[in-house]
Design a protein around this ligand. Structure first.
Ligand SMILES: O=C(O)CCC(=O)C(=O)O
Ligand SMILES: [Fe+2]
Length: 219
């Protein structure tokens, strides 16, 4: 199940991030793809540099401060981040992301778009499913999080340019179903608290969430 969270960065911040991205050097994205994904990957990725690290640090800080991201993903670590650009027909065909990156398990993948839906044609991120595909086109500053277990692709960008930070999260809770239960309990506890305050019902739901977290957290 994919989830989109809007407006992680405002217009001014996005303009600064795009300007910082413009200054970086780019190389063929095939370099970071696994053996089979390499053949279907055609994009550009920023080379390692202090400027790139500064962008990633800003993204990490914003994700770690976001209540929705925390509740849905429970990030323990960012296994990898990349800054990618697609233009002039670039695409990333159907693939599955590596299960381990830099020695860390990848539980969730994300795309944080620095460009908006009007900046390019094509370029949808498509989640593939046995029954139907689901195409996602983000506005600038939006993020989509999805289980790394899913087959997905990026449609060819036929005009304009698509710039995004993509990344992989190691979650404290590896099972998507368990993360969903903890997120539901977060939502339920918050709504009881907001409507009725710290009632006995709130205490019970919050206690159940705390105790399930203790069962399911990796360490
Ligand atoms: O750019 C995206 O939205 C996803 C890219 C992707 O699938 C990848 O880099 O593995
Ligand atoms: Fe991918």
């Amino acid at each position: 199940m994919a989830i989109v969270i809007g407006n992680l960065f405002d217009e001014k911040e996005l303009a600064a991030l795009r300007e910082a991205a413009e200054k970086l050097d780019y190389e063929d994205g095939g370099k970071t793809a696994g053996r089979y994904a390499r053949d279907v990957k055609s994009n550009l990725q920023a080379r390692k540099s202090p400027g790139l690290e500064a962008i990633f640090e800003q993204v990490r800080a914003r994700l770690n401060a976001n209540e929705m991201v925390k509740s849905v993903a429970r990030p323990k670590r960012y296994a990898r981040m990349l800054l990618s650009r697609y233009r002039g027909g670039m695409t990333y065909g159907t693939h599955v992301d590596d299960p381990v990156m830099n020695g860390h398990r990848t539980d969730l993948s994300f795309t944080l778009s620095l460009t908006g839906a009007d900046d390019y044609a094509g370029g949808e991120l498509v989640m593939e499913d046995d029954i139907e595909d689901r195409a996602i086109k983000l506005e600038a500053g939006d993020i989509v999080l999805y289980p790394t277990s899913a087959l997905h692709r990026v449609e060819p960008v036929t005009s304009g340019e698509r710039v995004a930070v993509v990344g992989w999260i190691t979650s404290w809770v590896r099972e998507p179903g368990q993360r969903e239960i903890l997120h539901d309990l977060d939502v339920a506890a918050r709504s009881i608290f907001d409507e009725h305050g710290k009632t006995p019902a709130f205490d019970r739901v919050f206690k159940a969430k705390a105790n399930l977290s203790r069962h399911w957290y990796d360490s």
